[in-house]
Design a protein around this ligand. Sequence first.
Ligand code: G3P
Ligand code: CA
Length: 379
Amino acid sequence: MRNTTTIKTLLSVLFSALALTACGGGGSDNSAALAALSAAGRTSPTQGATAPQAGSGNTDPAPTDGGEAPADTTPSVLVIAHRGSTGYLPEHTFGGYELAVKLGADYIEPDLQFTQDGELVAMHDDTLNRTTNVATLFAARNGGYKVSDFTLAEIKTLTVVPTGTAATTYPGFTPSSADPYRVPTFQEVITLAKSLSTTAKRKVGIYPEAKQSDVAMEDKILSTLVANGYGAASSKVFIQSFSDTTISSLHTKQLAQKTEMPLILLGVALTDPDGTAKFKVISGSLGTLTLAQVKAFADGIAPAINYDSYGYPITKDFITQAHAAGLKVHGWTFAKADATAAAAEYKKYLDMGMDGMFSNYADLAVASRDAFLKAGATQ
Ligand code: G3P
Ligand code: CA
C-alpha cells in the first residue's frame, strides 16, 4: 500500500499533466495525462450510456449588469468561446473574442493573469513566450518570461501570435479594433463584451478564469466585475477556477459583499464503483468532492471531456446526478477542427445533457447546439 506522500505525489503529477493537456489550445493529445495515470496505476472504467435527452435549460432571469445591453436571449445550452477563437485567430485577443461572437458564441472566456504592477490581463499561460513575440523585444527576466515579471505597459507593446490551427486572418472578417492582437486587460474584455452586445443585438456573457489560486486575484476579479455592474445571480457571467480553494473563497467573499455571480469549479468527472458521481479537483485540495460538497460553494462543474480512458468519463448518468444536485455541467475543451468529427463529439455530450461547451471553433459548436435544440423542440 502506498503511503500518503507517494499518493499525493502521484496525484500532483497526474493533475499537472491533466492541466497541461487542458492547456493545449488546438489539439486533443492526452499523452502526458495518460503517462501520469499509467504511473499512478489507475484503471479505466467503462463509458456510460448516451441516450438522447433535452438540454437542461438556462432559467436565469433578465440580467442586471450593464443596463444598456440588449435583452438576454441566451439558449438553454451555452457555447463558450474558449480563449476567444483559439482555432482561428490568436488566443485571448480583441480580434479572437470579436470573431467568436460573430460566429455565435454566447460567452467569451478570458483566462486571467496578474502583471507585475497588479493589473489583470487575458492570458492563459503564466508566461508570455508561447503566445506573444516577447522574446523578440525583451530579454528574459529571472530566467524566463513570466507575466508577473512584466508591467502592463510592457505587455501592451507585445503582439499575440497564432498557435495551433490559428492564423492572423479569418476569411470575411475584419476586426473592429485597429490593433486587434494586443494583450487585453480584463477591463478591456468586459468593455468589449458590452460593445459586442450592442453590435450583435444580444447579450454577450463573460466567463473569467482565475489562473492563479491567489486571494488578491479573487479580490481583483470581484471588484472589477462589481465596478462594471455585475453581481446578481442573473448577471451574464461565470467565474471559474481549477482550485476548489479559490471557488470556495469566492463564494465566501460573495456572501459577505452580497453578490451572487455564478461560480464554476473545473476538474474531472469521477464515478464511484457504486455509481455515485463525484468531482475530482485538479488544483487546490486535490481532493475528491461529493456533488453536494461542490454545491455548497459552486453553481456548476466543468469537467474535462474525453478522459474516459483515464478513469474520468463524463456519462449521461454523471450529468443527471449533477443536475439533481443543482449543478450546471460545462465541458472543456471541444477542440476538433474537422466539422464532421466535431459534430459527432458535440452530439455525444449534448445527448448526455451537457449545459455548456468550451469550444475553440465557436461556429462548429453553435451549429451542433442549434441542431440539437431544434431536434429537441420538434420531438
Ligand atoms: O476553463 C476551461 C478551460 O479553458 C480549461 O482549460 O487550460 O484552456 O484554461 P484551459
Ligand atoms: Ca480557461
